[in-house]
Design a protein around this ligand. Structure first.
Ligand code: PLP
Length: 416
């Protein structure tokens, strides 16, 4: 069994201190201190985010953009302030290129529906990858079926890495858009999206990047990437649920028709004709999740205060420790790459069903995810029912990884 190394300071992060920022981490499950390794599904929230949500509802709850009164102006300022923080965080040229949505899923649905309405026709191709989350498969399937277009898939190898020669082969002039994940949620793979975008742009094909996992573990610079669209969810990056981001280049967002109709997205309405609002409001019909946006802004502030580099290097150190520890567990097989990856670690233990392993871990207070992780085609590719996935955050500790290893030894004893 692995012994914890000193972990007072993991790469510039004082782990014990930052853990105090996350009230939920102090709770117990089945009488044991919680070990939370389901961060890829959703992360825990720091007090700074909880306070920002409460302050909004307690002190200046009001609808945005519509009132001359002070509360509405305060709420609008905070909401638009959050948009600016997101823009700076991912280095968008303008805050108007940031659309608030419900999450990655809605962001992708928005692009798929609006893009297809205007640009997709019979015989066209939408190119995705073999490791997409269902939310980057199904919306495209739906619009392809509607338009008579075809969905094609970039293949991967048995290490869960995309085959770039297959990508180059499939990038024909029939492809109208490429939509790929930056980081696989079920395999942990970091995909070469910069190169994918470069090759697609050589043929004038736009690219949507699903950054739901990437935004937590990698620096995102939409201008350096030259991404046309990029989507992520606030709840994975320590913000509240129900609030997501769609980044789109201004020229693309202007070219797309609105996704939903209603208040806020209009300039003028008569029974004969409606004219649409400018960006970003054209894509924000109805009362938005004001609290959610403010909460995400607070989460970004929190990460920036810790220092993104500090957070990422703390995660890298934990990942290296976890990979070593897990690979030393007898009968454990990692599903996914061994390098060029993030700390969402999928594995199988002997031939035990992932669900049984997950249940035994839960009884020890260890929260992992089991199943297909919304990537059924990935499980089909590996011919497995699912995996156990331990996904790390910077607030996890090496001692917790030791507990996971001990928990897996116990599972083997009980199931074997
Ligand atoms: N894409 C990836 C890679 C994900 O990991 C997830 C969620 O796990 C999603 C999309 C969907 O995110 P949400 O459910 O927040 O819309």
């Amino acid at each position: 069994m692995y012994q914890s190394e000193t972990e007072m300071m993991v790469q510039g992060i004082d782990v014990e201190k930052v853990r105090n920022d996350f009230p939920l981490l102090t709770r117990t499950v089945y009488g044991k201190p919680l070990v939370y390794f389901d961060n890829a599904a959703t992360s825990q929230k720091p007090t700074a985010v909880l306070d920002a949500l409460e302050d909004y509802y307690r002190l200046y709850n009001s609808n945005v953009h519509r009132g001359v009164h002070s509360l509405s102006q305060e709420a609008t300022e905070a909401y638009e302030g959050a948009r600016k923080k997101v823009a700076t965080f991912i280095n968008a040229k303008k805050a108007e290129e940031i659309i608030f949505t419900r999450g990655t899923t809605e962001s992708i649905n928005l692009v798929a529906a609006s893009f297809a309405k205007k640009f997709l026709k019979e015989g066209d191709v939408v190119l995705i990858s073999a490791m997409e989350h269902h939310s980057n498969i199904v919306p495209w399937q739906m619009v392809c079926a509607e338009k008579g277009a075809t969905l094609q898939v970039i293949a991967m190898n048995e290490f869960g890495e995309l085959l770039m020669d297959d990508f180059a082969r499939k990038l024909t002039c029939n492809v109208k858009i490429v939509s790929v994940t930056y980081v696989s949620n079920s395999l942990g793979t970091i995909n070469p999206v910069g190169e994918i975008i470069r090759q697609a742009h050589e043929k004038n094909i736009p690219v949507l990047v699903d950054a739901a996992q990437a935004v937590v573990h990698l620096p995102i610079d939409v201008q350096a990437l030259d991404a046309d669209f990029l989507a992520f969810s606030g709840h994975k990056i320590y913000g509240p649920t129900g609030l997501g981001i769609l980044y789109g280049k201004e020229e693309w967002l202007n070219a797309l028709p609105p996704y939903q109709g209603g208040g806020e997205m209009i300039k003028t309405v008569s029974f004969e004709k409606t004219t649409y609002n400018e960006l970003p409001y054209k894509f924000e019909a109805g009362t938005p999740d004001v609290a959610g946006a403010i909460g995400l802004g607070a989460a970004i502030d929190y990460v920036e205060q810790l220092g993104r580099d500090n957070v990422f290097s703390a995660e890298d150190e934990l990942l290296a420790y976890a990979m070593r520890a897990l690979q030393a567990v007898k009968g454990l097989r990692i599903v996914g790459p061994l390098s060029n990856r993030v700390g969402s670690i999928s594995f199988l233990l002997e031939n035990f069903h992932p669900f049984d392993v997950g249940e035994i871990l839960d009884k020890q207070g260890i929260a992992v995810r089991t199943g297909h992780h919304c990537t059924q085609p990935v499980m089909d590719f590996f011919n497995i029912p699912g995996t156990v996935r331990a996904s790390l955050a910077f607030y996890n500790t090496k001692a917790e990884i030791d507990k996971l290893v001990a928990g897996l030894e116990k599972a083997r004893m009980l199931l074997g």
